[in-house]
Every structure is written in structure tokens, then in C-alpha cells.
Design a protein around this ligand. Structure first.
Ligand code: HEC
Length: 218
């Protein structure tokens, strides 16, 4: 009795499979019957392709070529190209310079123009994380990036601006180096601007020139 039922269901399954096979489109049926051969042909085809790819008519470095008037296959880099690992300075790529981590001022006089340059660079490269006031609440941080410390802590207020230059040049903990985006003179400009930001959040009345003090009193 049990055996009979089993045989019945086995036959049913076979029938179902057969019906399903004939219901499939012709191309599928052909593929099912010949799939072994199809696989073999694909493999052979792929193998012959590999050979051709390894042997392309491409030029090796420094090989001569009749295509260009100067007979060389290598082309000059586009004017203004900056090699990776370098920054652009006066139109030339300049290697890294040495600097003093304990410097309390840039190696050139800080003018209003320099501070404005620093402000512009800071707002482009740093404010996304550090916020426009240096509070550490930039847009990227508000979207979940780990928050940098505020610039207005006693520790960073007392840090020499050579430290800021060092952080821009080499990165710091979770912060990447900006040496490839910001050239040395701009790094000093940014460092000086950070000092200005710190003063802006922690100024005493006595720090102001008398004419401005009077303005505030009004
Ligand atoms: C992608 C976000 C991001 C950007 C952009 C960024 N920073 Fe930072 N910065 C951080 C984070 C995060 C820290 C804290 C790193 C840590 O302590 O691990 C940090 C720390 C610092 C510190 C404090 C170092 C210390 O002693 O605690 C300074 C200064 C600083 N950054 C300056 C800059 C300047 C200048 C720029 C622009 C050139 C800049 N950062 C751009 C994320 C950023």
C-alpha cells in the first residue's frame, strides 16, 4: 500500500517535469539538451580570448611610435599637471618644506589679506567638519562623521599655530592630511585664521581698541 502510493507520486513528478519541459520555449529546450557542449564551447572561446588580450597592439613605455611627429609614444603631461604627492606653488610643483611645529607666527607677516585668504581656504577645506566658527559642528559631523574637538578649548587656544600647520600637513588621529590640497603658504594663512577665530570667541573688552569699545557701549 505504502509502496504503491510512493510509486504513484514518483510517476506524477516525472510527468510534471516532462510537461514543464515541453512547455518551455524552444531555445530553452535546445539549451537543456546541449548544455554540456555549450559549456565546453564557452570555455574554449574564453581561453582563445585570453591569448588575444595578452597580445594587444599596445605600446610599451618609452617605445617609439610613428603616430606622433616626434616619434615617441609617450606624451608630455598637460600643462599645469601636478604630480601626486606634490602641491602647486607658483605654477611649479614644490616638494614639502620643513617647518617649526612650535612656531607662534607664520614665516611671513600676517596682513588682513592673508587672514582673508586663510578664511576662504578654511571655509573651503575645514569648515565642513570644524564648522565656520571652529566649534566642531560642521555639516559632515552633523551627518555622522566623528566630531573634531572645538578650537575654543584652553588646550588648543594655547597651542602654537605651528601645531595647526602640522595637523594640516600630516593629519591628526581621525583627520586626514590636507597637504595635497592646501599649499604651504595657505596652510600658514589658515593657521593664522584659526587663531583669529579663537580670539573672536574669547575676547575681553580690554582687547578692543577704545573706538570699538565705545561702539559696543552705545
Ligand atoms: C572630514 C572632517 C575634517 C576636515 C575636513 C578637517 N578636519 Fe581637522 N579634525 C577632524 C577630526 C575628526 C579631528 C579630531 C581627530 C582626533 O582627535 O582623532 C580633527 C582635529 C583637528 C585639530 C585639532 C588637533 C588637536 O591637537 O586636537 C585641528 C587644529 C584641525 N583638525 C585643523 C583642521 C584644519 C586646519 C582643516 C582644514 C585644512 C581641517 N582640520 C579639516 C576632522 C576634520
Amino acid at each position: 500500500m505504502m509502496n504503491g502510493a510512493k510509486e504513484m507520486s514518483a510517476r506524477k513528478t516525472r510527468e510534471k517535469t516532462r510537461n514543464a519541459f515541453w512547455r518551455e520555449p524552444l531555445s530553452f529546450r535546445v539549451f537543456r539538451v546541449f548544455r554540456g557542449q555549450v559549456l565546453l564551447l564557452t570555455l574554449l572561446f574564453a581561453a582563445s580570448c585570453t591569448q588575444k588580450m595578452a597580445d594587444q597592439p599596445s605600446l610599451k613605455p618609452l617605445e617609439a611610435s610613428p603616430v606622433f611627429p616626434d616619434g615617441r609614444s609617450a606624451r608630455e603631461p598637460v600643462k599645469g599637471t601636478v604630480p601626486s604627492g606634490f602641491t602647486r606653488m607658483n605654477g611649479r610643483a614644490a616638494p614639502e618644506q620643513t617647518f617649526d611645529q612650535n612656531a607662534t607666527k607664520p614665516p611671513f607677516p600676517v596682513t588682513l589679506e592673508i587672514l582673508e585668504r586663510g578664511q576662504a581656504r578654511f571655509n573651503i577645506y575645514c569648515a565642513v567638519c570644524h564648522g565656520r566658527t571652529g566649534e566642531g559642528d560642521g555639516m559632515v559631523v552633523r551627518r555622522g562623521f566623528s566630531a573634531p574637538p572645538t578650537y575654543h578649548s584652553d588646550r588648543l587656544r594655547q597651542a602654537p599655530i605651528g601645531h595647526f600647520y602640522d595637523v594640516i600637513t600630516h593629519g591628526f588621529g581621525g583627520m586626514a592630511s590636507y597637504a595635497n590640497q592646501v599649499e604651504p603658504r595657505d596652510r600658514w594663512a589658515i593657521a593664522a585664521y584659526i587663531r583669529a577665530l579663537q580670539l573672536s570667541q574669547n575676547a575681553e573688552m580690554a582687547d578692543l581698541p577704545p573706538e570699538l569699545r565705545n561702539e559696543l557701549d552705545k
